[in-house]
Structures are given as structure tokens and as C-alpha cells.
Design a protein around this ligand. Structure first.
Ligand code: GLA
Length: 413
């Protein structure tokens, strides 16, 4: 073969070796241990809430019998602190047998039998962030094969205890190793979060071809301040981040904390609305066994999920800011839109905000648009693009509107 065409062929095959597992054409939904359960390995004094198969199975039971699974919440993911502190005699990672007496494969079987999927955690580095064995360049293959042999469906690959050049080699290498197992495994990469989350240090085109989702920024904590700092970072950097997202490749602003201790009801709505606009993975970290009805209703809001799961897969943006108010919009399929008006104010008085759709760049439709309040589950009326309307937003709360052409009769769910 001519040398030039051989070169082209090699370049093409390098491109084709990128992640093409067909997974998560819409953002993944599920549950993960970390934010709520951390590295709690004390099953003697805390048997219900320690990282182990009992916790995972009891959450799986709830996911399967309390309406979560049907809405799309199917991934249940074990974060850090699941393994022993040493590999087995064959060099494989092994779960702590006191906390996972049946092993990970049996746990995957338990979830699969209930229509759910199992996620696991690894770390590109010498140790995980919690000090458990990490995955180095020479153990990537065996770890990918171990996870596949356990029939795991998702890998969160963290980045503690490695330098930038090891990460630059390791993240693509793990992608290829997962692909080579033949098992479709959702690949969640924490890589960008370790490199500041922004170009030119972070190459989002490359990430989109090797990972299904990625953490861009800081860990979420159980507080409104934490949620606000994440929202602000995603807004300020949206021009770099927004094009990176699309079917099969999502920015991940981190877990949902609705149902935990730190957010008020209004603040929970705000996190959910912005995560829906951002086309973010909806991965809860909470206790589905004891969650309040209010929190459950928010997380199970069908129109919210419809917006998040929109098939266009286009991440939304902050489009306006005025005092404590911000407006976020997301374009959806079939000339539908989501509009969130967030009130970051804390002065106690709900704010009235007057706007029109044309100001938000929603103009195409001749017969106007229907407006629907997602959380109040209320039809607000039909408006022409330039016709003003008013929304009232509670302090630290949000109004999330679903906007669809007046020519379509009903909202879709
Ligand atoms: C890092 C990650 C978290 C979690 C912990 C586990 O901080 O960003 O999401 O996985 O490690 O130790």
C-alpha cells in the first residue's frame, strides 16, 4: 500500500477506536453512594448506611418498587471504598468480603434481575481518593476485564494520585480497554475536574470521543452554597462547556442532593431545574428508603425528566441576569423549550419578573406558545412571542417553564 494512504488508514483507525458504545443517548439517571454515604465502612455500628451489598440491595429494591425505575432511574453506582486495601494473588481488585460477602457479580445479578444497572468506581492513579488501590497504566487492562467479568454497567474513573501525563495516557487507555471487553460499560471520566475543567488544558472533543460523561468541577456538598457555586461555574464557562455535550457525551455537574439535609424545598427545585436545563446526568445521592414524599415528588416530576431527557441532547445556557434573577433556556425537539427563572435573592420577598419569549430568543411560532409551570403542574396560558407574562419566584427558588407551540394540543407527559 502507498505510504500516504497507509498513514490515512492508520489515522482513521485511531479515530474509530474511540468510544462508540451506543450508551446514554440521553443523560444517564440513577443513584450513587458518594455524597450521602461517603467512605462509611463501619458496618458494625452503622449496618444500614455503610458501603456494602446491603445498602445497594435495599436501594435497588426501592428503585424497582417505588416508581423510580420506570421513570428512567436505573443506574445504581458504588463509589469509593468498596474494595480491600490490596489486590488478590492474581493482581485483581477484590471487594471487601465482610461488606460484599456475595461478591460484585452476584450484586450485578441482583440488580439486573430487577431491570437495574450496576456502577462501580475506580481511580486512574496509585490510590483512589479514599486510599484504596488505584489503577495504574499497567493494571488498566486487568481492571477493565475484572469489571466486565462482574457484568458491571458503569465505571466512574476518578483521578487522585496521578499526574497529568499519566491521566492523558490512562483515560483513553481505559476507554479502549473497556471497549475491548465487548461489554457496553458507561464510562464516566473525572479527568477534566483534575485539569481545571477548561480548554486548552481540557480537550472536550477528545473527551467526547472516549467518555460518556465527565466531572468538570468541584465535588458537590450538602449545601445551597455548594449548589450555587456549581451553577455559577457552569454559567461563567458555558461557551466552552455547552458544545461538549450531546447524545452519548455529557457534562456532569455532580450528584442531585434533593432528599438530603442541606437544601430547602425551593432550593431543591432550583438544583433540579438547572440540572435539567444543563442536560446533566440525574444521579441522586440520598436515602430512597426514608425520602420524604415532597422530595420524591420533585425527583419524579415527569415533565422535569422529559426536559432533562430531551432527544436533541442540546445543553442549555444562562441567557440573562438582572439583580438576583437569572434566566436559563434550553432548546428541545419540535420547537419546544425549557425556561428557568432562578431567584438567588435571600431577602424573603418573592420576586415578580416580567418578560416575553422574544426577549429569550423564542420567536419562530406563528400561533404562539403554551406555557406550563413544571413544578406547580399548571397551565399558565398561551402567549405570542412578544406578549409579556409575569412569573413569581420565591427566594433561592426557581420557576421552570415548559414552552411548546400552541398548535400542539397537550404537553407531552
Ligand atoms: C473524589 C470525587 C468524588 C468521590 C470521592 C471518593 O473527591 O470527586 O466524587 O468519588 O473522590 O473518594
Amino acid at each position: 500500500m502507498h505510504l500516504v494512504s497507509l498513514g490515512i488508514l492508520l489515522a482513521l483507525s485511531a479515530l474509530c477506536s474511540s468510544l462508540d458504545n451506543g450508551l446514554v443517548r440521553t443523560p444517564p439517571m440513577g443513584w450513587m453512594t458518594w455524597e450521602r454515604y461517603r467512605c462509611n465502612i463501619d458496618c458494625k455500628t452503622d449496618p444500614e448506611d455503610c458501603i456494602g451489598e446491603h445498602l445497594i440491595k435495599s436501594i435497588a429494591d426501592k428503585m424497582a418498587d417505588s416508581g423510580w425505575r420506570e421513570l428512567g432511574y436505573v443506574y445504581i453506582s458504588i463509589d469509593d471504598c468498596w474494595s480491600l486495601k490490596h489486590r488478590d494473588s492474581n493482581g485483581r481488585l477484590q471487594p471487601d468480603p465482610d461488606r460484599f460477602p456475595s461478591g460484585i457479580k452476584a450484586l450485578a445479578d441482583y440488580l439486573h434481575a430487577r431491570g437495574l444497572k450496576l456502577g462501580i468506581y475506580g481511580d486512574m492513579g496509585t490510590y483512589t481518593c479514599g486510599g484504596y488501590p488505584g489503577t495504574t497504566l499497567d493494571t488498566i487492562k486487568i481492571d477493565a476485564e475484572t469489571f466486565a467479568s462482574w457484568e458491571v454497567d458503569m465505571l466512574k474513573f476518578d483521578g487522585c494520585y496521578s499526574n497529568s501525563s499519566d491521566k492523558a495516557l490512562g483515560y483513553p487507555k481505559m476507554s479502549a480497554a473497556l471497549n475491548a471487553t465487548g461489554r457496553p460499560i458507561l464510562y464516566s471520566c473525572s479527568w477534566p475536574a483534575y485539569e481545571g475543567g477548561l480548554p486548552p488544558k481540557v480537550n472536550y472533543t477528545l473527551l467526547g470521543s472516549i467518555c460518556n460523561m465527565w466531572r468538570n468541577f468541584d465535588d458537590i456538598e450538602d449545601s445551597w452554597a455548594s449548589v450555587l457555586s456549581i451553577i455559577e461555574w457552569f454559567a461563567v464557562n458555558q461557551d466552552a462547556l455547552q458544545p461538549a455535550a450531546g447524545p452519548g457525551r455529557w457534562n456532569d455537574p455532580d450528584m442531585l442532593i434533593t432528599g438530603d439535609f442541606g437544601l430547602s424545598y425551593e432550593q431543591s427545585k432550583s438544583q433540579l431545574a438547572i440540572w435539567a436545563i444543563l442536560a446533566a446526568p440525574l444521579i441522586m445521592s440520598n436515602d430512597l428508603r426514608t425520602i420524604s414524599q415532597d422530595a420524591k415528588n420533585l425527583l419524579q416530576n415527569r415533565l422535569l425528566i422529559y426536559i432533562n431527557q430531551d432527544s436533541l441532547g442540546k445543553q442549555g445556557k444562562r441567557v440573562a441576569k438582572a439583580g438576583s434573577l437569572e434566566v436559563w433556556t434550553r432548546e428541545l425537539v419540535n420547537e419546544q423549550y425549557a425556561v428557568a427563572v432562578l431567584n438567588k435573592g435571600t431577602d424573603g420577598l418573592p420576586k415578580h419578573f416580567t418578560t416575553n419569549l422574544a426577549l429569550l430568543n423564542i420567536t419562530e411560532c406563528t400561533f404562539g406558545y403554551k406555557l406550563y409551570d413544571v413544578f406547580d403542574e399548571e397551565f399558565l396560558g398561551t402567549v405570542k412571542s412578544e406578549e409579556p407574562f409575569v412569573v413569581t419566584i420565591a427566594p433561592t427558588g426557581v420557576v421552570l417553564l415548559f414552552v411548546h407551540p400552541a398548535s400542539t394540543k397537550h404537553h407531552p407527559v
